[in-house]
Design a binder for this molecule. Structure first.
Ligand code: FEO
Length: 397
């Protein structure tokens, strides 16, 4: 399957409707994904990116239906991760001498993964490759999201091939941003940013500013996942700038896991306290044992205040709480306030452990944390309400 984007560019990727986890088990893909590859025909022909390895044979077979592979002059690999480079071995068996244009780090990653000494051409920011009427301009985009990543900009049609940046794990029968449900599109774009790009936010800001300083007109952003931004493509660039600057909505999120509902009662009472102090703030209670972890991370990303609770079990916290705190630590959220809560029967170390994790996550503790022995009685409920009111007041700021 291929789709014509304009006179010169054809989409030759793969829509993966069935995919439900990506990066192993690290990223949930409720709406599948796509691996977008593009064929550019001018006096010279360039292929930009490929698809994930399981679809390599299908990709090469489809490519042969639209072009004689010998007519491809250049292969551009914007990023070496397997979802974009995975079809290279299959393709290079057919056209082994064709040059592969990519960054120095990408050469390292491709050699490391495929152990092939292909005809690599290392490029850096500002290098140009003429296709005839159009030039490809390469722009290194280190840490968006790997050290090997680059963007490829095409003159005349003013297209930025941005690879993962501005993408979404979103399979759709449509190709463009103006054709799909906007709520779905932005939900997936935000989830993608929160779960993949958050630790690299300062690189996002500097790369966008650097691209703006080049004064290149922008008519379309062709991502490597999900839909293409053709309608007001700057809208997603502006969103990225907003998300990169310690993004917050008017939201408080409570994350908890529970064994016999004691910690759940505490969470419910804290939420009631929040509503007493701040009826306007959005409050979300998420059970980490039953809620998708990437959806949780997206809600944390949106929050001003995060409260995390667990019972103490075997002198530690429940595994779903430990796992989500570990994810939060890696994502390095900024400008968020936090507190811990939990129940215990005997030891009660859980709150102290959560406090240590929250600090390791870079969050500012606004309370020493609330420990409730067994289940909250009347006095315990009033302590929960008090912590909730404190969080609610904090979120007004
Ligand atoms: Fe879509 Fe970083 O690979």
């Amino acid at each position: 399957m291929s789709y014509r984007i304009n006179d010169a560019v054809e989409w030759v990727g793969k829509k993966d409707w069935d995919l439900r986890t990506f990066h192993g088990w690290e990223y949930s893909t409720h709406r599948g994904t796509s691996y977008n590859a593009y064929l550019v025909r001018d006096e010279k022909v360039a292929l930009i990116d490929t698809v994930w390895k399981p679809y390599a044979a299908e990709f090469v077979a489809n490519l042969k239906k639209v072009i004689d592979l010998d007519e491809i002059d250049y292969i551009i690999i914007n990023h070496g991760e397997e979802d974009h480079s995975g079809a290279l071995p299959e393709l290079m068996r057919e056209i082994p001498d064709k040059p592969i244009y990519c960054t120095k780090n990408c050469v390292k990653s491709l050699k490391g993964q495929y152990h092939q000494d292909w005809n690599f051409v290392e490029v850096k920011t500002g290098d140009r490759l003429s296709l005839g009427a159009r030039d490809l301009i390469f722009i290194e985009a280190r840490m968006l999201h790997w050290p090997d990543t680059m963007f490829t900009y095409m003159t005349r049609d003013n297209i930025l091939f941005s690879n993962d940046a501005f993408g979404q794990h979103y399979a759709s029968e449509f190709l463009y941003n103006d054709e799909v449900d906007q709520a779905e599109l932005y939900q997936e774009a935000l989830k993608y940013y929160a779960n993949i790009l958050t630790p690299f936010s300062r690189f996002v800001i500097s790369k966008i500013n650097e691209f703006a300083s080049l004064n290149l007109p922008l008519d379309m952003i062709c991502t490597s996942h999900g839909i293409i931004w053709r309608d007001k493509p700057m809208q997603i660039v502006e969103k990225y700038l907003e998300w990169a600057k310690d993004y917050q909505e008017d939201q408080i999120t409570l994350l908890y896991d529970t064994m016999w509902h004691g910690t759940k009662y505490v969470a419910d009472a804290i939420a009631a306290g929040i509503r007493q102090a701040n009826p306007k703030v959005t409050v979300k209670l998420l059970n980490t044992g039953s809620t998708d972890k990437n959806d949780i991370i997206t809600e944390v990303f949106k929050s001003k205040v995060v409260l995390v609770g667990s019972p103490t079990v075997n002198r530690t916290v429940l595994t779903s709480i430990a796992a989500i705190l570990d994810m939060m630590k890696g994502l390095e959220f900024k400008n968020k306030k936090a507190a811990a809560f939990g129940t215990y029967g005997w030891g009660g170390e859980g709150v102290k452990i959560i406090n240590e994790w929250l600090q390791a996550c870079g969050m500012e503790l606004f309370d020493e944390g609330l420990r409730i022995n067994w289940k909250p009685d009347e006095e315990g409920i009033s302590k929960c309400l008090e912590l909730g009111r404190k969080a609610g007041e904090l979120a007004k700021g």
